[in-house]
Design a protein. Structure first.
Length: 580
């Protein structure tokens, strides 16, 4: 009887605890719903009142869009409102790679004119004889000068098979032509280039992780294997901003066993966790693998690089990645609108989240701050190598790419490298061998003449800083006191600036060579020339082609300097083991 009474007491206590927890949860939910409902009512009343009574005419749609965007800016740059008018662009950026258009990239120049910046091989623009540098004057009779490149892009797109009439000003001759072009479905591949490098080393340049990315990688591997057995593979994820998470999991699956955890995501609620596991037999389980990353490799790129690094399956070469460890999900809104919301953080197999910025905490300028050093933790790969969270993926072998100087950026921004490539293309009927193609010193002198003819000038950062200093001194009525010093400083800056075309000659020549190659062989030509000079690819080839694979094996086993990868300069604790 006492046991029964005791058991009843325990049951009552447990029931009481459960009821209490449920009541507290309901109270929290109830409070949340009340606050949301109250604020919606306030916002609705305010929006209606302002739209109806403001002294000037108000565009209700624009007012609402700005209000929504301002609200979402308080969160992170990946949570965004997508109005119905932007759905096609949204799908092209985040979902699939296909649209109906001409197969050309356009750009808006400083004078507000619209110029063709790139032509895709075998698509309507190419077939119609359009060239890089041609200016679009009209589209179906509508003048486009002054429009944004986004607005012009919308005009160029349409239904497959429809005809569009363009008014074109030819780049070299300046003649005006009316050209009719039939729109076609354009497929922008995820894999922009693949080839077999010397030594039977495969190379795949993956630009994004949109629909079909994994299938394209699989196809590239199989095609290279048909020619000869591969000794190794280089997967180039540099400048790849990511895309669909599931595509990244499928790609990792090519190189690891079935049933392997690749990544898991964790939402706000403790039980809101989802784990992604490989489901297929691997395609290349034993193939030596190198992954290339840089500071513009983000999101799905970091999932692939991080998973393969944690599993000690690939050597990662390049520069530290961007550090985006957030997952977004898209939800439908009324009237065919969408919202893309950050719903979770993702974690690599070792348990690390590589998110570098803390959007929940911002500085006095409203900018997200770096993850606090005290939150950076040490994790271990399968072979015991030490890796860290909170700051992107650190490469096993770091390659310092040459920083782009101000003069190179200005030459690109003013389309002078592109313009000279057009001139070179029309003067030379062919390029015989891309592997050995190099501009001569005479060609570079010709380029300098081209710059002079186009009155090339630019302002360096130091010149801009000096101009700012002058204006500040004038405000304080002190400019005359230091006039001589400022004059001397300005002369020194000009002297250094005038040497930039000599100092950066080899780098500028390299950019010219890539641009020229693209005129003859489109994007494939650009990549073929770039790879002959690329230090990261050369390093990958070197360690994959080595007979003893010494460096490759030392990296993955964590020998010597390869045992600790990207350790921050702070005291860290080891991570608690995760129950995966």
């Amino acid at each position: 009887m006492k046991r029964l009474t005791k058991r009843s007491h325990i049951v009552k206590l447990l029931v009481g605890l459960v009821v209490g927890v449920l009541f507290m949860a309901f109270t929290f939910v109830k409070d949340d719903f009340f606050e949301i409902g109250k604020n919606l009512e306030i916002f609705s009343a305010l929006y209606r009142q302002v739209s109806m009574t403001y002294v000037e005419d108000v565009n209700p749609n624009l007012l609402m869009k700005k209000g929504i965007n301002a609200m979402l800016e308080e969160l992170d740059p990946y949570t965004e409102f997508v109005p119905e008018s932007d759905l096609d662009d949204f799908r092209l950026r985040y979902i699939n790679t296909q649209y109906a258009g001409l197969g050309a990239k356009i750009v808006s120049l400083e004078d507000k004119s619209i110029q063709i910046a790139e032509i895709f091989e075998a698509y309507p623009a190419h077939k119609a004889g359009l060239e890089v540098g041609d200016e679009i004057i009209r589209i179906n009779g509508q003048a486009v000068k002054g429009m944004t490149s986004e607005d012009v892009s919308h005009l160029l797109k349409g239904e497959e098979g429809t005809v569009i009439e363009l008014g074109i000003k030819k780049n070299l001759t300046g003649t005006l032509e009316n050209i009719k072009v039939t729109r076609q479905n354009i497929i922008q591949p995820n894999v922009s280039y693949s080839t077999t490098l010397p030594g039977n080393i495969g190379y795949i340049k993956l630009d994004k992780f949109l629909t079909g990315a994994a299938d394209e990688v699989r196809k590239a591997i199989l095609e290279m294997r048909r020619t000869a057995p591969l000794k190794g593979l280089v997967l180039d994820l540099r400048d790849n901003g990511g895309g669909i998470l599931q595509e990244s999991v499928k790609i990792v699956n090519f190189f690891v066993r079935q049933g392997q955890e690749v990544v898991f995501q964790q939402g706000r609620q403790g039980d809101n966790r989802f784990t992604y596991i490989t489901k297929q037999a691997p395609l290349a389980l034993q193939l030596p693998l190198v992954v290339l990353i840089n500071e513009r490799s983000a999101s799905a790129s970091e999932i692939v690089a991080g998973a393969l690094q944690d599993l000690d399956r690939a050597v990662v070469i390049g520069k530290k990645s961007f550090g985006k460890g957030l997952v977004q999900q898209t939800y439908r809104l009324p009237y065919n609108n969408l919202v893309k919301v950050t719903v979770a953080k993702y974690y690599t197999p070792s348990g690390r989240c590589i998110q570098a910025l803390d959007y929940a905490h911002k500085d006095n300028r409203g900018k997200a701050i770096k993850i606090n050093d005290s939150l950076i933790t040490e994790f271990s790969t399968v072979n015991g190598r030490k890796v860290y969270n909170g700051d992107g993926i650190s490469p096993d072998i770091e390659i310092n790419e040459q920083a782009q100087s101000m003069i190179v950026q200005e030459l690109k921004n003013k389309f002078l490298i592109s313009g000279y490539a057009n001139q070179y293309y029309h003067k030379h009927s062919s390029l015989k061998d891309l592997q050995s193609f190099r501009l001569s010193d005479e060609d570079y002198s010709d380029f300098l003449t081209y710059l002079s003819a186009h009155n090339f000038t630019y302002s360096t950062r130091s010149e801009k800083a000096l101009q700012y200093l002058r204006s500040e001194l004038e405000k304080e009525s002190r400019s005359e006191q230091v006039a001589d010093e400022l004059k001397v400083l300005a002369q020194k800056i000009r002297s250094h600036k005038n040497r930039d075309l000599v100092l950066y000659k080899e780098y500028i020549k390299g950019q010219l060579e890539e641009e020229i190659a693209s005129r003859y062989y489109f994007q494939k030509g650009r990549y073929r020339v770039a790879l002959t000079k690329d230090d990261a690819t050369k390093k990958a080839q070197q360690i994959l082609a080595a007979t003893d694979m010494l460096v490759y094996n030392n990296v993955l086993s964590g020998k010597g300097n390869y045992h600790i990868i990207g350790k921050p300069k702070v005291h860290l604790a080891s991570a608690e083991p995760l129950n995966n």
